[in-house]
Design a protein around this ligand. Structure first.
Ligand code: A3P
Length: 287
């Protein structure tokens, strides 16, 4: 299948047809946010499925049943994907959702609600590497070509959900005030219990240290890798082939060092820095 046929275009963004449809994108516009909804927003490959594990547990006080019985895409569905309409009526309250949409494409009811957002940001050098392997294993995405070729596509925004810099900018400039919390993938890798405490405080959950530790243990990379409800092993190989590359691939910070040449590093930093040069915010890590 030609690469253009694998995507649909949505306000200039490329979205995979396998998981998105014109109907699902209409459904988002009509989705009624409740004040208690909690949304984790990410640019793809920044820790989305990690949040699909974490959020339900933070919201239900550490009851492990959802992560043991419901696949990640149905327990904290993507706002923009086709599964939301199928499972929306079965979601417990408060609802946990995830999204890759930029801020300006959020539905009107989101802006009118008090729903909270956790925006997870990951160093784009590791994002491009993770995405490169994801394109190798996902049968519904075009072949990434060489790493060099894929990096160019990434920098030009000819990939899922467009440019990384546009995504970050859109979520850094919101009118959400204390409804939004920012966290990094790196912070979560470094000290997951501390990251969970911060998220739990933000969500107004008063979780004991024992519960935080239990959630951390069950949301570790190793545990998720063996959880069939979280590692995408329920998906047919033709769509996701973990023999080519597992979805839960390495789960580390700094894998870019094994992939970037010094020329690629210079180019990557110069393009990203230029696109952020007039921004009022600074990145939480050096590029
Ligand atoms: P790698 O490919 O670098 O391993 P997303 O869910 O947004 O697609 O992001 C996928 C990335 O998050 C993958 O990165 C995956 O391994 C990582 N990830 C998922 N769960 C994780 C966890 N519990 N700990 C660390 N990394 C995790």
């Amino acid at each position: 299948m030609a690469s253009e046929e694998m995507y649909l275009q949505y306000h200039g963004l490329l979205l995979p047809k396998e998981t998105h449809s014109p109907e699902s994108l209409k459904f988002v516009r009509k989705y009624t946010f409740s004040d208690s909804d909690v949304l984790a927003v990410t640019y793809p490959k920044s820790g989305t499925i990690w949040m699909q594990e974490i959020l339900p547990l933070l919201l239900n006080g550490g009851d492990l049943r959802p992560i043991h019985t419901i696949p990640n895409w149905d327990r904290a569905p993507w706002l923009e994907e086709t599964r939301l309409a199928v499972v929306v009526d079965q979601l417990p309250s408060p609802r946990a959702l995830v999204s890759h949409l930029p801020y300006h494409l959020m539905p009107p009811s989101f802006l009118a609600s008090k729903a909270k957002v956790i925006y997870v940001m990951r160093n784009p050098k590791d994002v491009v590497v993770s995405s490169y392997y994801f394109h190798q294993m996902a049968g519904f995405l075009p072949d990434p070509g060489t790493f060099e070729e894929f990096m160019e596509k990434f920098l030009e925004g000819r990939v899922l959900f467009g440019k990384w810099t546009d995504h970050v900018k859109s979520w850094k400039h919101t009118e959400l005030g204390d409804r939004i919390m920012y966290i990094t993938y790196e912070e979560m890798v470094q000290d997951l219990p501390a990251a969970l405490r911060r998220m739990s405080d933000f969500l107004g959950r008063n979780l004991s240290e024992e519960v935080i530790e239990k959630i951390a243990e069950n949301c570790s990379f190793e545990t998720m890798k063996t959880n069939t409800m979280s590692n995408f092993s329920l998906i047919p190989k033709v769509l996701m082939d973990d023999n080519k590359s597992p979805f839960l691939r390495k789960g580390v910070v700094g894998d870019w060092k094994n992939h970037f040449s010094s020329e690629q590093l210079t180019r990557f930093i110069s393009v990203i820095s230029k696109e952020l040069e007039n921004e009022s915010f600074s990145l939480p890590w050096s590029l």
